[in-house]
Design a protein around this ligand. Structure first.
Ligand code: NDP
Ligand code: OXD
Length: 307
């Protein structure tokens, strides 16, 4: 039984090394050198070439290399009954929480101002008079971890998801109307949704019109959640104060994209939480063992809801 690694845009050297260190007997086939396709029973994918999974006759299951499975699911030739999993471990959740806590507090405490003051040898003590209110869209594996991280710092957290249920002490919202209600209350609105037919373009002019003029949007979900032109218009109209964007419709973000230079946009290159080789290697092998034993892959995705 062979495992196909289908991630054309990624350097997989570290991952292959970590997998071989755990199990030197593994039969790993890395795109495009897949050998005899009929021997491949498990596939690990990150933006896999469209149509490839349908060409693997013995494939039992596939997994996304990361937490989001949207790129895998977007292949129209994906076999209808194929079980799809995703990989998300404690380190990924912790990294996402740390990154978001760092972003929110660097902004709330205006840490940049002290660098300016130091340059000018100015002694001007300042601190915000209250704590921020954080709203999280998506209260799944990552959203719940992030909520707990902020709560541990005595921050009020509100959340939004489909079911309306969330962690203790998180005021939960659901549905489109309640989404706008939440957007109007928070200082930071964090998008941690999966990309599905329902969530595509959810960060749009209607949402921005509901936000407070001093509020900050943080998108760490997917670029396709955002209507980019709506955001630029809303920032220019001062409907919100700032957008911190880690994910984009086109990645890498094209060099001539207006986000690079917009004074109210902060860009980072899709690295709020990077899948780390050792954690992912362990998760791949756990998922593979489950599939070999006739079980579903780790993080089984509901093909109907898309997450
Ligand atoms: P989960 O699948 O665990 O959670 C998804 C959450 O979104 C659930 O709370 C779900 O609601 C909610 N949701 C889904 N659809 C809707 C909808 N239509 N309306 C309201 N809520 C909805 O996902 P994860 O937490 O593991 O990951 C979230 C995303 O984070 C990934 O899909 C990926 O895109 C992104 N990501 C980004 C990274 C980065 O570095 N920027 C790194 C890793 C992930 P309910 O609870 O009711 O089911
Ligand atoms: C993921 C990501 O989905 O890194 O894991 O975006």
């Amino acid at each position: 039984m062979a495992i196909a690694l289908l991630a054309p845009d990624r350097d997989l050297c570290g991952l292959v090394k970590a997998l071989n260190a755990i199990d030197p007997e593994l039969d790993l086939r890395q795109w495009p050198d897949l050998g005899d396709l009929s021997q491949i029973q498990f596939a690990v994918c990150w933006h896999p070439p469209k149509g490839i999974l349908a060409q693997l006759p013995a494939l039992k299951a596939a997994t996304s290399l990361g937490a989001g499975a949207d790129a895998l699911l977007s292949d129209p030739t994906l076999p209808k009954k194929l079980n799809i999993g995703r990989l998300s471990g404690p380190q990924l959740s912790a990294d996402m929480s740390r990154w978001l806590v760092a972003r929110v507090f660097a902004h709330w405490y205006q840490l940049d101002r002290f660098a300016d003051q130091q340059r000018d040898r100015a002694w001007q003590p300042w601190a915000p008079s209250r704590a921020p209110h954080v709203g999280i869209l998506g209260m799944g594996v990552l959203g719940r971890h992030v909520a707990r991280a902020f709560q541990a710092l005595d921050i009020t957290v509100s959340g939004w998801n489909r079911s309306g249920t969330g962690p203790v002490d998180v005021h939960m919202y659901r549905g489109q109307e309640e989404l706008l209600g939440l957007a109007g209350q928070v200082d930071y609105l964090i998008c941690l949704l999966p990309l599905t037919a329902e969530t595509r373009h959810i960060l749009n002019h209607q949402l921005f019109a509901a936000m407070r003029p001093d509020a900050v949007l943080i998108n760490v979900g997917r670029g396709q959640h955002l209507v980019e032109a709506d955001l630029i218009e809303a920032l220019n109209q001062q409907q919100l104060a700032l957008a911190i964007l880690d994910v984009f419709d086109r990645e890498p973000l094209p060099a001539d994209h207006p986000f690079w230079t917009h004074p109210s946009v902060v860009v980072s290159p899709h690295c709020a939480a990077l899948s780390q080789d050792q954690e992912v290697a362990e998760l791949i092998l756990e998922s593979y063992q489950r599939v070999k034993a006739g079980q579903t892959p780790l993080g089984l995705v509901n093909r109907q809801s898309g997450y």
